[in-house]
Design a protein. Structure first.
Length: 392
């Protein structure tokens, strides 16, 4: 069992071909997926959920057999599974997906950060390998905004009966590349074999149909060369039937940063438009400057029918503070292939105190009418997050 280094995930995320084949004709060794149980505070992995299965690494030979053995040992206990994988063998992912469906499992995407496994050194990785192979429940937390599920991992993920794709989770696809498997050894199939890609496509389309997903997902994947990645937008995730939830909001969460005091953030998916609905993701993020100045950045996801650069204000109870437009730009850390407008506000301590009691909303300021409610934000987690966040 091998811990996947951060650089390995990053390479896959940037378009590396560590997925359903190799670019070399030489044999390479692939380990199976690593599975272990992680545990955190109540709500760590969903409402009322504190324990989950972490699935990480490459989908190498025997990954499905490892998962079946792992689930058998769990007995009647039913836990969600969180994937963090750059992909792997397509045929193996079919077996994993059908196993998830057979057991009516819930799946999500995110990096499981095991307590004590955040050091970037060989010694730390070796220690974590031993922990994850110990069979013990490991104290951990989930970060959905890092890591991801790429290529054949998406295929396996589709098999789950219930699929949760958080607003900042990454699902990415591309065309598969035929390979030859010999034990743990993998190499690219001879390009002269023209029948293999057609067989792969037929199997993939049959599988996607079986899982109730639209064929548009396969079409999108086949249009993307194997050496590239297509990052699925929230519109595609919903319209393809992967996660049909049209309104989605995370609780306010404190995210610690090693280099500073961290941030408090919330992500949400909205439904915009009448004739043709779109589902932009937006993000609100409190941070603290070096001068102990509290600021809120609102990254507002744009769509065809959404008005550009409205005048906005931030509201908490009877208190209001203006939001200042900064720029329009992409933000790959929120959602690929979408443009965002960034607004900034500078709430004071009284505003935060009021927000803890009354929640926060965003209003559009109109010249000839009363402010129009644009966005009401659920307060869940706000007080707890700010208790950890220090800006004074």
């Amino acid at each position: 069992m091998k811990t996947v280094p951060i650089t390995f995930i990053a390479l896959a995320f940037l378009g590396g071909s560590i997925t359903s084949g190799t670019a070399q004709k030489a044999w390479e060794t692939w380990e199976p997926l690593n599975f272990y149980i992680a545990q955190g505070p109540e709500g760590s992995c969903g409402d009322g959920c504190s324990k989950w299965i972490a699935a990480e690494g490459t989908i190498g030979p025997n990954s499905a057999a490892h998962l079946r053995t792992f689930l058998t040992r769990l007995g009647q206990e039913r836990l969600p599974i969180f994937f963090n994988s750059p992909g792997g063998l397509l045929q193996e992912s079919f077996v994993i997906g059908r196993l998830l469906r057979e057991r009516a499992m819930t799946a999500s995407v995110g990096w499981t950060l095991v307590e004590g496994c955040d050091q970037l050194s060989k010694e730390a990785f070796d220690k974590c390998d031993a922990l994850k192979g110990s069979g013990k429940k490991l104290p951990a937390r989930i970060r959905t905004g890092i890591g991801g599920c790429y290529s054949a991992c998406v295929t396996a993920f589709l098999g789950a009966k219930t699929r949760w794709v958080h607003p900042d989770s990454r699902l990415s696809v591309h065309a598969s590349k035929p390979v030859v498997v010999k034990g743990k050894l993998i190499r690219q199939r001879d390009p002269a074999d023209k029948s293999a890609p057609a067989r792969n496509e037929r199997s993939w389309r049959d599988y996607v149909r079986e899982m109730g997903i639209k064929q548009d997902l396969v079409d999108t994947s086949l249009k993307t060369p194997h050496q590239e990645l297509h990052h699925l937008t929230r519109d595609e995730i919903i319209n393809f039937g992967i996660d049909p939830r049209q309104s989605l909001e995370t609780p306010w969460t404190y995210i610690p940063h090693m280099e500073d005091r961290g941030v408090v953030e919330k992500l949400l998916v909205e439904t915009v438009g009448n004739s043709q609905k779109e589902f932009p993701t937006s993000k609100l993020e409190f941070s603290c400057s070096g001068f102990n100045l509290l600021s809120l950045n609102y990254f507002r996801g744009l769509s065809k029918e959404r008005a550009r650069t409205p005048r906005l204000e931030l509201v908490a109870g009877s208190l209001r503070t203006q939001m200042h437009f900064r720029e329009s730009a992409p933000n790959i850390w929120i959602e690929m292939q979408r443009e965002f407008e960034r607004y900034t506000a500078f709430p004071d301590r009284d505003f935060i105190a009021s927000a803890k009691t009354n929640g926060i909303s965003v209003n559009e300021i109109r010249e000839s009418a009363a402010p129009s409610g644009l966005l009401t934000i659920a307060p869940a987690g706000f007080t707890e997050a700010f208790d950890k966040f220090k800006c004074s």
